[in-house]
Design a protein around this ligand. Structure first.
Ligand SMILES: [Zn+2]
Ligand SMILES: [Zn+2]
Length: 255
């Protein structure tokens, strides 16, 4: 059994290499060295006391708690500090979610020592799986960044197949979008733009074993293959992305 799992795991990493996409040029002026465009606030423990994921349901299937628990564990691990999620309107959060989407003003209830990630479940309003962006707002005259994810969760229902369930696809999309918030795949050595020479859609990781790869038939086939053989889902960033995080941390700590 152990030998079988070992063989499957070796096969899996070999396949990841074979199925990797080619890199594309990055936009002019894109940083070529660490920390690239990685997000210090979400990756260095001293940047805040905790990460709070505020979840708002707009329409469609209900949010899956297990997928959000997984996102919080990823945020905590890479953020090096506690991370948790709450539903919009729950204690400690009231009013921030709706207010922040409508105005670039600091909602009164935002804690200055908390990093915020606002997640909206929008059903099927987008023409892709999700989107992520960061916005600078001003609190008491001081700039701070807040982070957003929109997830188009109803698309997972249509794409579920065999052992890739809605929950796993939802989890994968959340971790993918969170990877964009972390600035992963901004190291030109292993990233590509799907529509190059257009830079729309942002950079993605060339490795199919990375949740920051572009959701596509290729990555779904790879996901089926990988989980079928190794019982692992695409729920953690690839080795190259993790190396980038380590290099960026070394750079920031030397400053
Ligand atoms: Zn993406
Ligand atoms: Zn990666």
């Amino acid at each position: 059994m152990i030998l079988l799992l070992l063989a499957a795991s070796l096969l899996s990493s070999g396949c990841a290499g074979m199925l990797s996409r080619a890199t594309t040029p990055m936009p002019p002026g894109h940083p070529r060295a660490a920390p690239w465009e990685l997000t210090r606030e979400l990756l260095l423990r001293e940047e805040s006391d905790r990460i709070l994921i505020v979840v708002d349901w707009v329409q469609g299937a209900p949010a899956d708690s297990a997928a959000l628990d997984h996102l919080a564990s990823v945020a905590a691990r890479y953020g090096q500090r506690p991370a948790s999620w709450v539903r919009a309107g729950e204690a400690g959060e009231a009013g921030t979610q709706r207010g922040i989407h409508e105005a670039s003003m600091c909602p009164a209830l935002m804690d200055p020592r908390t990093s915020y990630v606002f997640v909206r479940y929008v059903g099927d309003q987008l023409d892709h799986f999700g989107q992520a962006w960061t916005r600078r707002i001003y609190c008491a005259g001081r700039p701070r960044d807040v982070h957003f994810i929109d997830i188009n969760q109803d698309v997972h229902h249509r794409l579920r197949f065999l052992w890739l369930t809605e929950r796993h696809l939802e989890q994968q999309t959340l971790v993918h979008e969170y990877g964009h918030l972390l600035g992963l795949s901004s190291n030109p050595e292993h990233t590509f733009y799907a529509g190059y020479p257009s830079f729309a859609g942002g950079p993605h990781c060339v490795r199919p074993d990375c949740p920051v790869t572009l959701p596509s038939a290729r990555s779904i086939v790879y996901g089926l293959y990988r989980t079928g053989l190794t019982f692992r889902y695409l729920d953690d960033y690839c080795e190259r992305c993790r190396q980038d995080i380590e290099e960026a941390r070394r750079f920031w700590r030397k400053q």
